[in-house]
Design a protein around this ligand. Structure first.
Ligand code: NDP
Length: 339
């Protein structure tokens, strides 16, 4: 079986995070229904990923996949494929759990579903606090952060971090915390480079993790009028050809050369291998400059239904939308045991 060797980056707690991880968000349909039909394929792909050398897994309470992720991890440990301490597991606290004391409830729930004693990193999924009924709870994320510091102290997690925090929110958090965040997980891809936020985080020792690293380049994320590059973009195809790589590999390599960790999701085994085979070539400065020109600030993930809630981190647009039910309440998940 093929094997990949994925480098690591140091977090501010001294731990090593592999610079490429496996993302486990199955996605929601255009109608915002949560579709679990691909869950068995993801289980197989994740199992294969660990077999070939992936050591970093990104999940979340929201994704309804914690039981499956935990089953695979525990199975691989039992089979002797990997030791727990060699794996880096991230999960996230959802909007319903932003009161200081509720953070521990959320983390303990994740550990139970994952069947693990600890996770390597827990993230505040978003800076807003919203009840299951869609009420704006207006809880300051600094209060929530105190809950994060507490679960760290209790040893339930090895590191704490945030996700979807903008520059201003990062600055405020760093100025008002006892333990600084180890990581900020944000959307980064060729259309959304976020140079200011990335440079700020990196200058403060906060590791930047890119979600949706392919943006709208891949057909599943194609949106009307979304910008280039797509997979067949001639500029990207020419660069890929030069290095004998694919456009997606060039994309992930480009992010890696910016010092950014990526967590692509795929349920396709060949892509699991492809996405991690990016550590044997280097893009030259000219190609880096060409690729950088695709950055036009376009967001793939723009949850307009949250934009009137306190601490929504992105620019607002004139449209309005209702919060999809699948992002508010979830019981009876894939295995009917998600709460
Ligand atoms: P990605 O950019 O990872 O894109 C996923 C899509 O790309 C899938 O349709 C997949 O297809 C396809 N794909 C993967 N690899 C290749 C390849 N080599 N060639 C062609 N197509 C490919 O988007 P995601 O939004 O899933 O983001 C990745 C992860 O980031 C999530 O799974 C989740 O863990 C995290 N995330 C975090 C968020 C947050 O708020 N913190 C928000 C969004 C994501 P297929 O599966 O069919 O192979």
């Amino acid at each position: 079986m093929a094997q990949v060797k994925i480098p690591t980056i140091k977090l501010n707690n001294g731990a090593d995070m592999p610079v490429l991880g496996y993302g486990t968000w199955l996605g929601i349909s255009e109608k915002f229904d949560f579709d679990v039909s691909d869950a068995p394929k993801m289980v197989e792909a994740l199992s294969y990923a660990i077999d070939i050398g992936y050591r970093h897994i990104d999940t979340a309470h929201l994704y309804r996949m914690e039981p499956e992720v935990g089953q695979i991890i525990n199975q691989k440990i039992k089979q002797g494929v990997v030791k727990r301490e060699e794996l880096f597991v991230t999960t996230k606290v959802w909007h319903h759990f932003h009161r200081e004391a509720d953070v521990e409830v959320s983390v303990r729930g994740s550990l139970r579903r994952l069947n693990l004693d600890y996770v390597d990193l827990i993230l505040m999924h978003w800076p807003m606090s919203i009840s299951q009924k869609g009420v704006d709870e207006k809880i300051d994320y600094l209060e929530t952060w105190r809950g994060f510091e507490s679960v760290l102290k209790k040893g339930l997690v090895k590191a704490i971090g945030v996700s979807n925090f903008n520059l201003e929110q990062m600055k405020r958090l760093l100025a008002n915390c006892k333990v600084p965040p180890a990581s900020n997980q944000i959307e980064i891809n060729l259309n959304l480079g976020q140079p200011e936020l990335v440079e700020y985080c990196q200058s403060k020792g906060v590791v930047v993790v890119a979600y949706s690293p392919f943006g709208t380049m891949v057909p599943s994320r194609a949106a009307p009028n979304s910008p280039e590059p797509k997979l067949n973009n001639p500029t990207m195809v020419a660069i890929a050809k030069k290095y004998n790589k694919t456009v997606t590999q060039v994309t992930l390599r480009y992010l890696y050369q910016r010092g950014i960790v990526s967590i692509p999701k795929t349920i396709t085994k060949s892509r699991v291998l492809e996405n991690a085979s990016i550590f044997d070539f280097e893009l030259d400065q000219g190609d880096v400059a060409t690729i950088a020109k695709f950055d036009n600030g376009y967001r793939t993930v723009r949850p307009i239904f949250w934009q009137d809630y306190l601490n929504y981190p992105f620019d607002k647009v004139p449209e309005k939308a209702e919060i999809p039910k699948s992002l508010m309440v979830w019981k009876n998940g894939i295995n009917l045991d998600i709460d």
